[in-house]
Design a protein around this ligand. Sequence first.
Ligand SMILES: [Zn+2]
Length: 308
Amino acid sequence: MRLGPWPRLNLVRNGVVAGLMAIVLCLGSVAAVSASLDFKLMAASAENLGEPHDIVLSPDGKRLMVADNENNRIAVLEAAAADLGLEPVRRQYLGLLGRRQIVSAELGGEARAPDGMVFENLRSVFSLLPEEHLWLANRAIQILEWDRDHQFCGRCRAVTENQHGERSKKCPRCGLSAYPRLSPAVIVLVERGDEILLARSPHFLPGVYSTLAGFVEPGETLEQTVAREIEEEVGVRVRDVRYFGSQPWPFPNSLMIGFRARHAGGDLVIDRTEIEDAGWFRADSLPKLPSSISIARALIEAFLAERR
Ligand SMILES: [Zn+2]
């Protein structure tokens, strides 16, 4: 399976601690944490929101309302949606940005953006949004999607109820609980001496090659997914699989888990149903690479940095 392009690489520094994640920005390698972002993702609903600052999503839940100004593509409003005359059908607490309480607001029906604002696809504004807005918008879209898709029990069709103290919905009839779903996927840089393995999918921009990626299957370890995906897609075996970093990806609910690995044997045999071309590349003869905000690019840059 091919995935991409990727949003900016983030690493969870301390893991999940009491439902609170500290996200730190890292570009280039796991050792190069360059900045700490001033937001905290909160798992539980806040009882008292005070004056919330909303991130507004379009009625289809996929587009973000941003200022209609190319130099100021903010997504977090300095107000609640209601202050702009909007009537959200669903809202979800997201966390803190500095001292501000951030809440997502999904519009319904034929709702339009007010004057001065416009709905944009998250992909198209990824590199334009302030870093904190980007990750909060990412979170908003995934949580709203879960909220919208689990209004009814998937087993018995009863109306679900939000649970207090955790982000879940429970069926009052049969007891089934639904949590926001993440679909983990591995992304791997395979190295063979001074060469790295890169491939391109037919839907990549012309000339761009990237690292291989694939979704984790139920029952698999991440290391098994790495081995299986690489062998399925290009026919080679890998060894020395090492964790690199991770990156959330909201289309629709992936978490990219990056690894580096070494070639252990096998010649390239390309699965043409998944990828168009693949090859071994030296540092001085690389093809066009994916965006600098991608974990794929960070994996490649880490390899290059070791050879400078
Ligand atoms: Zn049920």
